[in-house]
Design a protein around this ligand. Sequence first.
Ligand code: GDP
Length: 358
Amino acid sequence: MAMSVRSPFVVVMGHVDVGKTLLLDKIRGTSVAYREPGMITQHIGMSLVPWPAVERFAGPLVDRLKLRGRIWVPGFLFIDTPGHAAFSNLRKRGGSVADLAVLVVDITSGLEDQGAESLKLIQSRGVPFVIAANKLDRIYGWRSVENRPFLFAVEEQEWHAVATLEERIGKLIDELSRFGIEADRYDRVRDFSRQVPIVPTSAVTGEGIADLLVVLAGVSQRFIPRERLQVADGPARGVVMEVKEEKGLGVVADAIIYDGRIRKGDVVVTAGLDGPREARVRMLVMPKPLEEMRDPEDRYMAVEEVRAAAGVRIVADGLEGVVAGAPIYAVWDPQAIPHVQKQIKEEIAEIKIESDRE
Ligand code: GDP
């Protein structure tokens, strides 16, 4: 079967008010400004940052770190909903649908309660992660330049601003060590298999966003098993993010597709609280490319099929009662339906046992 490599899914987590939402906005802005025309960067519930866009946005940094031409991940799909709940729902057999996590902390206040909670959750699912030490612009005396890579910015600062930054990072490293985590400023990490990189960022000025994207690329290639990102040309496998009633469409399921493809007319098997459900796809909905989005009311388009990795809205009869977090599999051979139902039952049982253990 033909295989291709998909973009990893990235979740952003951390304490309230550390800047998760603003950081995602900034990253989304990058993907929009530096993408190729006609490229779809908005998915349902997530935003695609194609690697070529990062190379354009972060060119000098990519060159400094000698990464040009060496990155094979096609990009990143950032889950738009930040936080604990999003991550908790993204389950699949053997761990998480999320391939990578960004733990955001406020550099001026450290890890904090929900930061520590997020950290434990990330560790329990075994997801590779990086730390964004956000609000860099609030370091006393820091001189900001819009969107400048951190690595260049730090070289241009007065010594006292750098000293304050180092003190904050030192504190964070101490806090993390209490969780058994060895971390360091990313440009000082010698062994990425032992140490978690800390990337200073500002969601306000955009400083460090380049570094964050570049570090995510490096971490993806080293720590996400390549097989995990390989997608087969078979029926889709995914997870339901949200089920809701949409005016004129009925009950729809917004889903993350992590393998294969889903087509209009396919049968999908998913699950409600009472067991597996079967539905036939009436329509697949994606956001329109920017160029075609003239009227803000008219943001979506129907598509014939969607390939992993993607976020898609599935319109089908029979989705009532389907729950967020349920697996959703397309079935191409009607005779395989009972088998897929059994798989889904087993998957749910296994995920439940894991959650009870947490
Ligand atoms: P969330 O709760 O983690 O999603 O945090 P938000 O993105 O909503 O940000 C919380 C507050 O912090 C808002 O007032 C933001 O403007 C502010 N904020 C976020 N990131 C930064 C940053 O990098 N620098 C500064 N100075 N403020 C920030």
